[in-house]
Design a protein around this ligand. Sequence first.
Ligand SMILES: C[N+](C)(C)CCCC[C@H](N)C(=O)O
Length: 288
Amino acid sequence: MPAEEFVAGWISGALGLVLGHPFDTVKVRLQTQTTYRGIVDCMVKTYRHESLLGFFKGMSFPIASIAVVNSVLFGVYSNALLALTATSHQERRAQPPSYTHVFIAGCTGGFLQAYCLAPFDLIKVRLQNQTEPRAKPGSPPPRYRGPVHCAASIFQAEGPRGLFRGAWALTLRDTPTLGIYFVTYEWLCRQFTPDGQTPSSGTVLVAGGFAGITSWVAATPLDVIKSRMQMAGLKQRAYGGLLDCMVSSARQEGLGVFFRGLTINSARAFPVNAVTFLSYEHLLLSWG
Ligand SMILES: C[N+](C)(C)CCCC[C@H](N)C(=O)O
């Protein structure tokens, strides 16, 4: 089983993540704090009070997890395509796989990465939702002191299954949308590249960027439900299941609830996935 795809997936995921982290910080702050008037206001205030470093807070944990998650996604995707079409990564430009095969391989990668991502994502969401201001003397300490403490507390209270809260919603979110991710990428690359040739760097950047946006647009409704299920049992109400969460969220807040965070997610998705695909393709090319 070719291993380079796993390594290339890991490195490219990490590069994309560093680039996207400032957007993620702004997104989380807008979602959880009321002091900002909008995206620009949040960026200006963060920069004034905390300098550029403010945008990179809390990045070490996602970097560690993207290593596992992105390498599983790209590694499984590429090896699933190999199993389906009997062509290696290098041969795929001359003999392009069908979109059905690309979709199935993408869904397989998405399904498996969702299980690796679930505990990391749960911890990220729980920490991101701690809105208590830091280190104010006299105020009660936040429930979780950091990622390790958060994981240990969930494990102690609920056992290993507790770490997989919301995993089902996450799997439903990621399986089809990562199929869409790779199909969009392949389709756009082929539109701008003469048959049999390797796509240019510009094409890879644009195709990767739009693949990220398309996939996030499709994923956002289930992303909202997933985050709510992950928070359930902590402070919000407990839901009877995924469907109950969807119906009661829509009843209480209207259908718009399914598109929360879409703008900032799309703005983040373009650079992150452009860089992810560009570095992935370049690494594999340079390793022959
Ligand atoms: C499937 N879903 C849309 C959820 C994610 C697809 C893109 C994954 C990428 N690592 C990123 O963070 O943008």
